[in-house]
Design a protein around this ligand. Structure first.
Ligand SMILES: Cc1cc2nc3c(=O)[nH]c(=O)nc-3n(C[C@H](O)[C@H](O)[C@H](O)COP(=O)(O)OP(=O)(O)OC[C@H]3O[C@@H](n4cnc5c(N)ncnc54)[C@H](O)[C@@H]3O)c2cc1C
Length: 373
């Protein structure tokens, strides 16, 4: 067992690496094939690129959905998947994939707290898109030491349990970044007007211009005008620790515009510098990659490794297009192929959700179509 893993390996029929649109629709299709699956994504929320990179931008080329935002698509896919309710492991980077002597796959993941999970599955689906989305890190050497431990002071994703509203009111919190995620977080943390808050919320950005929608810009300006948060222009270049405690962050050293320098008190630093995809561990699993993509059989999405499939942006076959609609098609073919592999000799029927009592039973809608007439 992985010494870092907190719990024993989970056995499942299928493990999906990724929780982007390809993975979510694949999980639905596996559900229709009565294959139990689990999903793992390094991001704190499902939806892949749609949710992480363009949640509010419109998508116009989904069949039957003339316009739909990245966020809405994710919500709809999750809603469609609900009857099967597959476990979704978020904040977990799948770091290892190995074939076991019994032919099944052994996978392990790590999370930000240096623990992780292991799985054993006969079927693995790589739906890793353009790679694992990892937060862009601060470029200050040594700052990473404050990311760990029971009370981390630097946090790239979400907020640790120690960040209670009461504790936050007393802290100097710096949100570093210039996009919507940074501004939204700063506004969310800013105390209400007139609240007794001995700490301070600072939005730190290298320039006074933000990459945000006008409504968010207006909300930011209002919060700044009311003194609910402060804006500081600068770039972190160093840090100070508490006297006699090198493990406790106390302040950030900043390079400020015009070759200036400033010291900013800092109990908690929340960098929101965007995400960058990293093929990362996948490149180390000894799989045959073609220009960072996994070649597959376009009839089944099977890779050269038995029991290992690839769907969505990560795969490659003649005519491949990196589009969501293509990922949905691939997910459907992969689920059929996986069912044939898992249950050799069993006749595969093509059933319609419209008319199949079995599929409707799986979907929890048995009787609904008769009632609809
Ligand atoms: C700005 C923008 C606009 C777009 N507009 C459109 C459009 O209008 N129409 C269209 O069809 N397509 C559009 N696309 C493309 C579309 O978003 C992608 O084709 C689609 O997201 C691919 O889905 P996927 O599930 O294969 O991969 P992704 O969405 O990339 O999801 C992959 C997931 O796998 C996770 N992951 C990877 N490796 C690991 C690992 N080792 N461990 C754990 N997790 C891992 C990643 O964190 C990620 O969440 C657009 C893309 C962008 C960037």
């Amino acid at each position: 067992m992985n010494p870092a893993a907190a719990t024993p390996p989970i056995e499942t029929e299928a493990l999906i690496i990724g929780a982007g649109p390809a993975a979510l629709f694949l999980a639905f299709q596996l559900g229709l094939q009565e294959i139990a699956c689990q999903l793992v994504d390094v991001l704190p929320a499902p939806g892949g690129q749609c949710h992480a990179l363009y949640p509010d931008k419109p998508i116009y080329d989904l069949p039957g959905l003339p316009v739909c935002s990245g966020r809405e698509l994710t919500e709809r896919l999750l809603q469609q998947l609900r009857p099967f309710n597959p476990p979704l492991h978020l904040g977990q980077l799948v770091s290892g994939l190995q074939r076991r002597p019994d032919g099944r796959w052994h996978l392990r993941s790590i999370d930000s707290g240096d623990s992780g999970q292991e799985w054993i599955a006969p079927l693995v689906f790589i739906a890793a898109g353009v790679g694992a989305f990892l937060p862009r890190k601060e470029s200050v050497a040594g700052l990473e030491r404050f990311e760990r431990g029971p009370a981390p002071q630097v946090c790239y994703h979400g907020l640790p349990a120690a960040y209670t509203a009461e504790a936050m009111a007393k802290r100097h919190i710096i949100v570093h970044g210039g996009d919507a995620a940074a501004v939204e977080l700063a506004l969310e943390l800013a105390p209400p007007l007139g609240a007794d808050a001995p700490g301070r919320i600072t939005l730190l950005h290298r320039s006074p211009r933000f990459q945000i929608e006008p409504a968010l810009q207006a909300a930011l300006e209002q919060a700044l005008a009311m003194g609910r948060l402060q804006l500081v222009l600068g770039q972190p270049v160093g840090f100070d620790t508490v006297a006699n405690d090198p493990a406790a962050l106390q302040a950030l050293q900043l390079a400020t515009p015009g070759d200036g320098h400033a010291t900013l008190p800092c109990d908690w630093l929340l960098p929101r510098l965007g995400l960058s995809p990293k093929l990362g561990p996948l490149a180390d699993w000894g799989l045959a990659l073609e220009r960072k993509h996994l070649p597959v059989d376009s009839a089944t999405m099977a890779t050269a490794e038995p029991g290992l499939f690839a769907v969505g942006d990560i795969n490659h076959y003649p005519g491949k297009r990196k589009l969501i609609v293509c990922a949905f098609h691939e997910a459907t073919l992969a689920a059929f192929a996986a069912a044939a592999l898992l249950r050799p000799g069993q006749r595969q029927l093509l059933q319609y959700t419209t008319t199949s009592p079995r599929l409707q039973q799986l979907l929890g809608v048995a009787g609904a179509s008769a009632a609809a007439g």
